[in-house]
Design a protein around this ligand. Sequence first.
Ligand code: IMP
Ligand code: MG
Length: 177
Amino acid sequence: MFKYSIDTLISEKKIHEKVKGLAREIDGDFEGEEILLIGLLRGSVIFLSDLARELKTEATIDFMVVSSYGNKMESSRDVKILKDLEEDIKGRNVIIVEDIIDTGNTLQKVQQILQTREPKNIKICTLLDKPERREVEISVDYTGFQIPDEFVVGYGIDFAQKHRTLPYIGIVKKEEE
Ligand code: IMP
Ligand code: MG
């Protein structure tokens, strides 16, 4: 393991303002309706729990675990469901809540799988987006922040399972020995 430090990229305050803004956007789009928030474990859990508490729209929460092959060698990166939803999504307003969209492969596959279950609609809400890294086209409905191609941690996002509990988003900076 190399030595590294974590430089703040997005402060706790900025995150909370943005989360409130996203909640207002979602409320505006779903007036008088109910939504189902689907979090992809584990990265989305902190974002989802803050977002859910800002929403005025009636919301149900469910979670999924999908395998992600971080290995960029694979061209058609297959995504498998390791833990499926408890809820039946047929005819419902689904919002997939994600921590960060990188290549877009994970969300594209999840969206395809969920689409076969005939929800009323599926929207995507991500806290962070690295547009430079995109490999597949995916339409994102609610984006918190677009960030540069840097490896980030905090607010649910990990580096080898560490740093998820940081209240801010930081960039992992490799340090010279
Ligand atoms: P995608 O399929 O390439 O879009 O993968 C997105 C997933 O990769 C995210 O949900 C994260 O779990 C992980 N990921 C992408 N970028 C980062 C990062 O900068 N830090 C930590 N995890 C990341
Ligand atoms: Mg993730």
